[in-house]
Ligand binder design. Structure first.
Ligand SMILES: Cc1cc2nc3c(=O)[nH]c(=O)nc-3n(C[C@H](O)[C@H](O)[C@H](O)COP(=O)(O)O)c2cc1C
Length: 201
């Protein structure tokens, strides 16, 4: 059942939730000979035990990476660097992985990678990485929350974490407009999976 929310409710929701997770995280995975990746703003910690960390990420069901993570059971989270000499490499990763679907072609081909212990690719131009094996997953119709045990991690490059404000500024209006346009199909698919009316043709 969907709650009837007023415009005030929605303003309050946005004031509370918008910006809570400001760090874009590149997620890679591999299954059945196919490697892929996408950009997320939903990654985080899923354990308080310092020596046995767990991570969580929410992946939209519509996305190609969703099925690869579900079927392969592995994923790698990467923070991206804000160091001046690495910003372009960070934006290249965001454009390559966040702007189109792996269903339409190999997105990993142009990126420098090595294979991790999980078999998923590690992005060598990222700032840091965490490899995880899926422990449990929670299917929420429009997305799945994948919780994973961390099995390896490391620092790859210098710098601090690129935040989403700097990322949007670097990606530019043209890329961002195209992304938002393409995103409409994803939102409609999410609506349909929740039994809600779709908005676009
Ligand atoms: C800033 C940003 C944040 C995003 N956050 C998520 C997210 O948390 N979960 C998700 O599934 N997709 C997220 N996306 C969308 C995917 O990165 C995008 O749809 C991608 O093209 C999917 O690729 P795939 O079909 O190859 O998996 C985000 C994209 C951007 C640019």
């Amino acid at each position: 059942m969907v709650a009837e929310l007023t415009p005030d409710d929605l303003r309050g929701y946005n004031a509370t939730i918008a910006g809570l997770r400001p760090i874009p995280v590149a997620v890679t995975t591999a299954h059945g000979g196919r490697a892929n990746g996408l950009i997320t703003l939903s990654a985080g910690s899923a354990s308080i035990v310092p020596e046995a960390p767990r991570v969580v990420v929410s992946i939209t069901t519509y996305n190609f990476s969703h099925d690869l993570i579900r079927d392969g059971g592995v994923f790698v989270l990467h923070a991206l660097s804000n160091a001046p000499e690495l910003i372009e490499a960070s934006l290249t990763i965001m454009r390559a992985l966040g702007g189109r679907s792996g269903r339409d072609g190999d997105k990993m081909a142009g990126l420098r990678t090595r294979v991790g212990v999980t078999g998923a690719p590690i992005l060598l131009d990222a700032l840091t990485f965490v490899e995880a094996r899926v422990l449990r997953s929670l299917d929420n119709e429009e997305n799945t929350f994948f919780v994973g045990d961390v099995v390896a991690a490391g620092r790859l490059n210098a710098g601090g974490k690129l935040d989403i404000g700097a990322a949007w500024a670097g990606l530019g209006d043209e890329w961002t407009d195209a992304y938002e346009h393409d995103h409409e199909a994803q939102i409609d698919d999410s609506r349909a999976r929740r039994g809600l009316p779709t908005l676009h043709a």
